[in-house]
Design a protein around this ligand. Structure first.
Ligand code: 5RP
Length: 232
């Protein structure tokens, strides 16, 4: 009998949910991999009586968590988050990341910033030797400043495109827009680039997540799961 292939997203998302301790405040990331984390957390609540308080990073995750009866709290009620589980669009060997494919980068970064243990869940296709080579960098911008930021990003060597849905600029949960900035050669100096982009007025946040991830959970199609700690 042939083994049925496993979904790397499901393998990673579920395995990370098993790392959540009882009683924790848990940052709930956004995306199709975290979707499996939410399902597994709800399963553990039913089967083991796991008690958690979730902090959602998007309206989409908030809706899913409510449907699964995962209790939620807000940043106004807490000072820090014990563990957050979130996806990534790219992650390099130092665990620096590009995020924001789902448009939730601002809330994801705020939550990551106050998280003690950020667990990133991915399939092997998200592992890259250098950021920016396979995925554009999302930049959240105030709509008024979109043209200024587009010009500014071009001056930094990017090929920027305003993210649109059905011909209309897509809006984030915060009422802003996203510019996807492709860097044809990849990103050589992520810290320098983040600083330079932050200088452009109208930029709200970039999808560069530098030094924020602690643990990487990689799911594989053969059912294996790898759990790695950040090097250094
Ligand atoms: C959303 C994100 C997601 O974490 C990222 O896009 C990965 O999503 P998926 O797990 O669906 O591949 O940054 O803003």
């Amino acid at each position: 009998m042939l083994n049925s292939p496993h979904d790397p997203k499901a393998i990673a998302g579920r395995a990370a949910a098993d790392l959540v301790p009882d009683g924790a405040v848990v940052g709930l990331g956004t995306g199709s991999t975290v979707h499996f984390t939410l399902l597994r957390l709800a399963e553990r609540m039913r089967s083991e009586g796991l008690r958690i308080l979730g902090v959602p990073t998007s309206l989409d995750t908030e809706r899913k968590a409510r449907e699964l009866a995962i209790p939620l709290t807000t940043l106004d009620e807490i000072e820090s988050i014990e563990v957050t589980i979130d996806g990534a669009d790219e992650i390099d060997p130092a665990f620096d990341m590009v995020k924001g494919g789902g448009g939730a980068l601002l809330r994801e970064k705020v939550v990551a910033w106050i998280t003690k243990r950020e667990i990133v869940v991915v399939g092997p296709n998200k592992l890259v030797p250098r950021l920016g080579a396979s995925y554009p960098l999302p930049v959240e911008v105030v709509p008024f400043a979109r043209s200024v930021v587009l010009h500014g990003l071009r001056r930094l060597g990017a090929e920027p495109v305003l993210r649109a849905r059905d011909g209309v600029a897509a809006r984030t949960d915060n009422g802003n827009e996203i510019i996807d900035a492709r860097f044809p050669e990849g990103i050589a100096d992520a810290r320098g680039l983040e600083h330079a982009i932050d200088q452009i007025p109208g930029v709200v946040e970039t999808g560069l997540f530098l030094g924020l991830a602690h643990v990487l959970v990689v799911g594989h199609a053969d059912g294996r799961v790898e759990v790695r700690q950040r090097p250094g």
